[in-house]
Write a protein that binds this ligand. Sequence first.
Ligand code: ATP
Ligand code: MG
Length: 227
Amino acid sequence: MIDFNHVTLEYPVTRTLALEDLTMQVARGEFIYLVGHSGAGKSSFMNLVLKRALPTRGEVRIAGEPLSRYRGRRTPLLRRRIGTVFQDNLLLHHLNAYDNVAFSLRVIGVPQREWPQRVTTALRTVGLEHKKQALPLQLSLGEQQRVAIARAIVSNPPLLLADEPTGNLDHENSREVLKILQNVNLRGTTVVVATHARELVETFRHRTLTLRKGRLVRDDPDGGYSL
Ligand SMILES: Nc1ncnc2c1ncn2[C@@H]1O[C@H](COP(=O)(O)OP(=O)(O)OP(=O)(O)O)[C@@H](O)[C@H]1O
Ligand SMILES: [Mg+2]
């Protein structure tokens, strides 16, 4: 699903070397963690997958297709196939939970008659069917993050990227979010989670890639956290 072939990313202007000669693959249906200290390159990895940054050297392929082929108007097509969940979930504050999730479907042009069933299913997946009408401010942070997950999965993306999805959450909510991401994965979505949350990585074990200063220093098929 994700294929990095000797990828180096040096950000223009600042010339920061964010990733260096990274070669790795993530198979369809995998669940992986990306761990590493602050500045190790985790978000840069996500930026490359989403084509928000371009490799300085090397090639990134998603589902077999080189990202260099997604030019101009095709770039949104790539992003449509990738669900994203970030630390600050940026829900639209004037829309309730239902409408925040439905918004994803509107953006990608799904016919309105399909919305109720799809939004309801996504909200059910994250355990928030009963909070459909609530505005983000009427939800706890954990609930808001679950709405953000529903928004990311309602389009049934083959790939889900989660960058510090539990960064603002307490222990219980973090575990809840992790369980939801695992369930999404069990239904066939490939999931990549960048995280600092050692306890989660050790509890819910999955293949774990460790970055250090932009280099891949560990690829542990059985997981575990060692920085
Ligand atoms: N847009 C950017 N322009 C220039 N340099 C950047 C940019 N984004 C990140 N960097 C630099 O690239 C390096 C890798 O940053 P990145 O955000 O990928 O780290 P990270 O592993 O996600 O860290 P954190 O755990 O703090 O989120 C850092 O040195 C950072 O300062
Ligand atoms: Mg980051």
